[in-house]
Ligand binder design. Structure first.
Ligand SMILES: *Cc1c(COP(=O)(O)O)cnc(C)c1O
Length: 406
């Protein structure tokens, strides 16, 4: 990245990085809603297709607004290069498929976003790529899963929905010792709270649909890594197969990036307050929040993250019925499977995002019938706490704390 903003701090990069300004000198990033580009001469077209002239060719390959988004993301993440995709899942699929061929092997943590788990567990094996799933916090399990054919390791941390935290630097070391790469899905941490490339990962992917948009408008994804990683594994795959980000969505996401640092800081601070408040509410059996001292991997979280997360998982007494009573009683917090939004959202993973998994597999992952996942938004934190408290009281049937906790 030769961008002059590379030396400046993240919030500055988020406002200015990667901007391509037209001769009109517009303040806001231009929305180039164009599929193609006109060449001055036939010779110019030939030169561009030969790669002798770096200009744009076709929006499936790239587009100035999409390129601005990629450059800003690369600057933010400290990556040499980035490629935008139509969704987070397009980013995961390309980053994984791009690295393997029949006969290869991948290792992934069991606790993955449902669709990510489909890619490694169902899709890759259909093309002759073996997959081993391990407990992400068991470093010996990662080590013993390695084979001579292992090409890449994949994890998300904190995980969805239980907010387990895995040691990215240690898993990267295991990958590299075996000649493999590590891909990290950094959606839950956001680029503001965790930098996997700095911890040794080779590739980071985001669903930009989440905090990067942050206002519930559009889908998007991005793959970040070294220039070599991008060129070798994903550049051609994306160009020839076509999961391109729409310029309009790239523009929305660019505007989202301008406010990412203040939104995540506010949501993270509010989540820390909400997690502590939830832990004291009636009928809340357990709160899982990496920023709390009672989180199983709290020390690791504080070492590799800059905050406790904008998400909280918690367990409502009374199983599915208790969790449903709690969710249905909420007045401000919406019921939705999305996350990272300005609006606080709650989801019941066992019946939505993780309903595809059997009950046994879910229980093995710690996803109980009473678990809710809360994405903390930008509302006044006192209003949120009041809303959650009245829902907890309603779910516990208005019973006093001691009785409801039974
Ligand atoms: C949402 C999400 C994805 C998929 O992103 P889409 O934009 O919905 O395709 C992948 N990983 C994690 C952790 C997510 O939360």
């Amino acid at each position: 990245m030769t961008d002059k903003f590379a030396a400046l701090r993240p919030a500055t990069r988020l406002v200015h990085g990667g901007t391509l300004r037209t001769p009109f000198g517009e303040t806001s990033e231009a929305l180039f809603l164009t599929q193609g580009f006109i060449y001055e001469t036939a010779e110019a077209a030939e030169a561009r297709f030969k790669g002798e002239d770096p200009g744009f060719i076709y929006a499936r390959f790239s587009n100035p607004t999409v390129r601005m988004f990629e450059e800003r993301m690369a600057l933010l993440e400290g990556a040499e290069d980035a490629r935008a995709t139509a969704s987070g899942m397009a980013a995961v699929t390309a980053a994984m498929m791009g690295q393997v061929k029949a006969g290869d092997h991948v290792v992934a943590a069991k606790a993955l976003f449902g669709s990510c788990r489909y890619v490694v567990e169902d899709l890759l094996p259909r093309f002759g790529v073996d997959c081993t799933l391990v407990d992400g916090d068991d470093l010996d399990a990662w080590r013993s899963a390695m084979r001579p054919t292992t090409k890449t390791l994949f994890l998300e941390s904190p995980t969805n929905p239980t907010l387990d935290v895995y040691d990215i630097a240690a898993v990267a070391e295991i990958a590299h010792a075996g000649g493999a790469t590590l891909v990290v899905d950094n959606v839950f941490a956001t680029p503001m709270l965790q930098s996997p490339l700095q911890l040794g990962a080779d590739c980071v992917i985001y669903s930009a649909t989440k905090h990067i948009d942050g206002q519930g408008r559009c889908l998007g994804g991005v793959i970040l890594g070294s220039r070599d990683f991008i060129d070798k594994n994903v550049h051609n795959l994306l160009r020839q197969t076509g999961p391109a980000l729409s310029p309009f969505n790239a523009w929305v996401l660019l505007k989202g990036l301008e406010t990412l640092s203040i939104r995540v800081a506010a949501q993270n601070a509010a989540a820390a307050r909400v997690a502590d408040a939830l832990a004291e509410m009636p009928g809340i059996a357990r709160v899982l929040y990496p920023g709390r001292a009672d989180h199983p991997q709290h020390a690791l979280a504080m070492r590799q993250m800059k905050g406790g997360s904008t998400l909280i998982a918690f367990e409502v007494a009374g199983g599915k019925a208790g969790a449903f009573r709690f969710a249905n009683a909420l007045g401000i917090v919406g019921i939705s499977n999305n996350l990272g939004d300005a609006k606080s959202l709650v989801t019941h993973p066992a019946t939505t995002t993780h309903q595809r998994l059997s009950r046994e597999v879910r229980e093995g992952l710690g996803i109980s019938e009473g678990m809710l996942r809360l994405s903390v938004g930008l509302e006044d934190v006192e209003d949120l706490i009041d809303d959650l408290r009245q829902a907890a009281e309603a779910a516990a049937g208005g019973a006093p704390l001691a009785k409801a906790a039974e």
